[in-house]
Design a protein around this ligand. Structure first.
Ligand SMILES: *[C@@H]1O[C@H](CO)[C@@H](O)[C@H](O)[C@H]1NC(C)=O
Ligand SMILES: *[C@@H]1O[C@H](CO)[C@@H](O)[C@H](O)[C@H]1NC(C)=O
Ligand SMILES: *[C@@H]1O[C@H](CO)[C@@H](O)[C@H](O)[C@H]1NC(C)=O
Ligand SMILES: *[C@@H]1O[C@H](CO)[C@@H](O)[C@H](O)[C@H]1NC(C)=O
Ligand SMILES: *[C@@H]1O[C@H](CO)[C@@H](O)[C@H](O)[C@H]1NC(C)=O
Ligand SMILES: *[C@@H]1O[C@H](CO)[C@@H](O)[C@H](O)[C@H]1NC(C)=O
Ligand SMILES: *[C@@H]1O[C@H](CO)[C@@H](O)[C@H](O)[C@H]1NC(C)=O
Ligand SMILES: *[C@@H]1O[C@H](CO)[C@@H](O)[C@H](O)[C@H]1NC(C)=O
Length: 397
């Protein structure tokens, strides 16, 4: 406890050398070059003139000695000071950086003990011409880092950096070095695409640089292929529009592939007009970014082109059907055949023991044919884009 008290006393004594004590305010006090500074004492104005007031700079340099209303000042101070006799305060004008230092005053009031005061004044060059190097930066996300370095004229004592309008704080990715005049952004992200500015300050002034645009390229991501109509099967001769999109800065460039083979088309849209069977296959697009040199390929979209079903027919193996013989009805059509379904007299066909369907429902066989098999047989041939139906009226004699 006693030790702690002792330390405080010693610290106080050391601090007293640089900070104000006595009748002057605590320092350091701040002022700007070319400005004016008023050293105001803590004394109330007195009616009785002081016996003497003496101001000095850096202990040994006399600024003004005032004894019984007669003042003397050296030439370097004469024209730029004013002494206020009732308080002992002093105004100092046309400041230069050479005026930085320790000021002390010694006042002898009439019939009282001597009063002393001491403080420190720092005169700062106003901060100006704050510039950041580089003036701009063109970076790639998750790859590049950048150092922004701030310089200024004047006597700056601190720097801070603005990200658009908010102050940048240090983090894993953002470091400050050289007293804050260098800001390093490590491994930039797309969100760092902002205007950065440096503000240099000293206690007397501050100034801010021009904004430094940082651009950050990224992507492509989420490369996605969409068809104008979301289906797999298209009729021959139809038109299809494929649209590719990706998240990218700058905008992605696109290439197109059919079954992995590069097509000549470029751009985000691929239009297939009057599409032919040979154009069936898996389509995909690839987005690429000229800045990041990265690319990404979409999931493939399968497109199957089908011929329309035309000219369907049901033909008997024999025109004159006689009970007890065998007969085949054949269902045929042109086009891309997926399914055939049979009906008899408008209802779904029920196969009896003497009937058989074969060759994917192409052939309906009767063996032997019976008089009850007489009727209207229809066959519907279809694929996902079209269908056609044919009929045959079978009379069993
Ligand atoms: C500002 O600083 C830059 C770089 O330090 C210098 O080239 C330029 O002349 C200065 N401009 C003024 C007005 O001082
Ligand atoms: C950059 O950041 C990304 C995501 O924040 C991370 O995946 C990557 O490893 C980092 N790269 C480097 C070189 O630090
Ligand atoms: C940034 O400055 C640091 C230290 O001066 C240096 O190690 C680093 O390579 C610099 N980075 C860039 C991107 O210039
Ligand atoms: C700049 O601000 C944006 C949001 O305004 C933030 O996402 C980004 O991380 C900031 N970058 C730096 C380097 O402070
Ligand atoms: C299209 O892709 C599917 C699987 O994604 C594959 O089964 C099929 O064979 C491909 N078609 C062509 C024409 O390559
Ligand atoms: C059945 O008759 C049609 C029209 O009369 C004929 O074109 C066809 O060739 C005949 N079929 C058989 C198997 O005789
Ligand atoms: C009917 O088709 C079957 C199977 O192809 C064949 O074996 C049979 O000979 C055909 N019958 C007639 C009468 O054409
Ligand atoms: C033929 O079948 C297709 C597919 O099942 C169906 O859409 C169409 O309506 C049918 N046609 C007729 C004439 O019944």
């Amino acid at each position: 406890m006693e030790k702690a008290m002792m330390s405080i006393v010693i610290l106080g004594a050391i601090a007293g050398l640089t900070e104000g004590f006595g009748v002057l305010p605590d320092g350091p006090l701040n002022a700007a070059v070319d400005g004016t500074f008023m050293f105001t004492t803590s004394l109330s104005p007195t009616q009785t003139p002081f016996v003497s007031v003496v101001w000095s700079f850096e202990v040994i340099n006399n600024i003004i000695s005032s004894h019984a209303a007669s003042n003397s000042s050296p030439p370097e101070y004469k024209d730029r000071i004013t002494l206020f006799p009732s308080t002992g305060s002093l105004e100092l004008r046309s400041l230069t950086t050479a005026d930085s230092g320790e000021y002390s005053v010694n006042i002898i009031p009439a019939g009282e003990a001597t009063l002393v005061g001491q403080t420190t004044l720092n005169v700062y060059e106003p901060v100006s011409n704050v510039t950041v190097d580089p003036k701009s930066a063109d970076l790639v996300e998750f790859k590049d880092s950048v150092n922004l370095s701030c310089t200024s004229f004047g006597s700056p004592t601190s720097f801070l950096w603005l990200n658009d309008t908010s102050e940048v704080t240090a983090s894993d990715r953002v470091q400050f070095t050289d007293g804050g005049s260098v800001m390093t952004i490590v491994n930039v992200t797309r969100f760092d695409q902002q205007q950065f500015r440096c503000r240099a300050s000293n206690p007397a002034s501050h100034a801010t640089s021009e904004p430094v645009p940082i651009s950050v390229s990224f992507g492509p991501e989420n490369t996605n292929l969409m068809l104008s109509s979301p289906q797999e099967y298209f009729a021959e001769g139809s038109n299809i529009r494929l649209v590719c999109s990706a998240v990218s800065r700058p905008d992605a460039l696109f290439k197109w592939f059919l079954n992995g083979n590069l097509l000549t088309d470029t751009g985000p849209e691929l239009t297939l007009t009057n599409i032919q069977l040979s154009q069936s296959g898996n389509y995909s697009c690839q987005a690429s970014n000229s800045k990041t040199l990265r690319h990404q390929t979409s999931q493939p979209s399968a497109i199957t082109v089908l011929e329309k079903i035309l000219d369907s027919s049901v033909k008997p193996s024999i025109n004159l059907t006689v009970e007890g013989t065998s007969v085949n009805l054949t269902c045929e059509a042109c086009g891309s055949i997926f399914t055939r379904t049979w009906k008899k007299d408008g209802s779904d066909l029920i196969l009896d023991d003497n009937m058989m369907l074969s060759d994917n429902n192409r052939l309906l066989s009767f063996n032997p044919v019976n008089r009850k098999d007489s009727g209207e047989y229809s066959c519907n041939i279809s694929n996902p884009v079209s269908s056609d139906e044919a009929e045959y009226n079978m009379v069993v004699n």
